[in-house]
Write a protein that binds this ligand. Structure first.
Ligand code: KG4
Ligand code: ZN
Length: 350
């Protein structure tokens, strides 16, 4: 029988609570802290924790009300426990553990990146592993072969900045505000993507040549800085935004298609905040089509952080008999390949 999961996501700067039954989203409440962090041009960790604490109960109430569920309909409580900001993760985890104890329901800890990986499946009901996931968020950028839930191989990743981080830093450099991705995306629509030739970061191999799937965005960021220093006011921000976005999208698209072809994976699933980017959507869709590959993007509200994707990832584990101990802690870093440790509680309690 399909299980109903109440899920909580507080790993960074969005407080979110959702109820999901299988791939059906009953509610997905997201309270953004955008206004809290905007004056600082980035996420202030302590302010993020405080804000989660202030909003979590309201989100919980709204998620329950909107879903039309009652507590007896719910089979498990899930929360993101890694990776992310420790203080932020603790708020969601504490709420989930409290509810689990109070309502006598199993608790399922979730790895945040699994949420992004499975957001595509949540929105495409027939989609299942195996597939290649291009995970592009504010904190992570990698290519993961997804063989099954919890069976992952990381085939490539950024050696420095994550793609979303590069968008945010370049937006700050251009004085555009925070978060940078959506602002650059909007401005780029009015600019010429070929007005400035920018370097696509490549990772050299000791034996010569370049790593086929690893990427780098710090050189591109420096090139943007040098360009801005050289140009006189007023800056052609639309052309700069379009050229930068085009270069990032190209770097991601080339590696993803090459990786899918080399690994014989015919389906590509994109996840994370940068999956909302219009240039990436366009370039990847076109090149995938040209190579007879299928590409799946979640709708925009499931690209950025949300609890529905955490609920669906939890359901995948829960349906395989996995749940987590109430002694589980949080972790700021945890490789995706370690995800089964979250459910390894027979060994932990033995
Ligand atoms: O997945 P997410 O919500 O949070 C993390 O887990 O990091 O991703 C947030 C990141 C931010 O860096 C934001 O600038 C970027 O996603 N982003 C975008 C777009 N929308 C959000 N980047 C490029 N284009 C967009 N349309
Ligand atoms: Zn995320």
């Amino acid at each position: 029988m399909t299980k109903t999961i109440l899920a909580i996501e507080t790993s960074c700067d969005d407080t979110s609570v959702a109820l999901v039954t299988g791939r059906r989203i009953l509610s997905n409440i997201i309270s953004s802290q955008f206004k809290v962090h905007q004056p600082y041009g980035g996420v202030m960790p302590e302010m993020a924790s405080r804000s989660h604490l202030e909003h979590i109960n309201l989100c919980l109430q709204e998620a329950l009300d909107q879903s039309g569920t009652v507590w007896t309909d719910i089979d498990a409580i899930a929360a993101t426990v890694a990776p992310g900001l420790v203080g932020s993760l603790l708020v969601g985890l504490s709420a989930a553990k409290t509810l689990s104890l109070l309502k006598d329901l199993p608790f399922v800890g979730v790895h945040h990146l699994e949420g992004h990986i499975f957001a595509g499946c949540l929105s495409h009901t027939q989609l299942n592993p195996p597939f290649l996931c291009l995970l592009v968020s504010g904190g992570h950028t990698c290519l993961i072969e997804v063989r099954d839930c919890a069976d992952y191989q990381v085939l490539g990743s950024t050696r420095d900045d994550a793609a979303g981080e590069a968008f945010d830093k370049v937006a700050r450099l251009l004085g555009l505000g925070y978060p940078g991705g959506p602002i650059i995306d909007r401005l780029a629509l009015k600019g010429d993507p070929h007005s400035f030739k920018l370097p696509e970061g490549k990772i050299s191999l000791p034996e010569g040549g370049f790593h086929p799937y690893d990427m780098s965005f710090s050189g591109l960021k420096t090139a943007m800085l040098n360009l801005v220093k050289k140009l006189s006011d007023p800056l052609p921000v639309e052309d700069l935004a379009a050229s930068f976005q085009y270069t990032v999208a190209q770097s991601l698209t080339k590696r993803t298609i090459n990786c899918a072809l080399a690994q014989n994976l015919t389906r590509i699933v994109v996840g994370g905040g940068v999956a909302a980017n219009s240039a990436l959507r366009q370039q990847l869709t076109e090149l995938a089509q040209a190579n007879s590959l299928e590409v799946y993007f979640p709708p925009l509200n499931l690209c950025t952080d949300n609890a529905a994707m955490i609920g669906y990832a939890a359901a995948e584990h829960f349906s395989r008999g996995r749940s987590s101990p109430l002694t589980l802690g949080v972790s700021s870093r945890m490789p995706i390949t370690d995800v089964l440790k979250l459910y390894d509680w027979v060994h932990q309690s033995a």
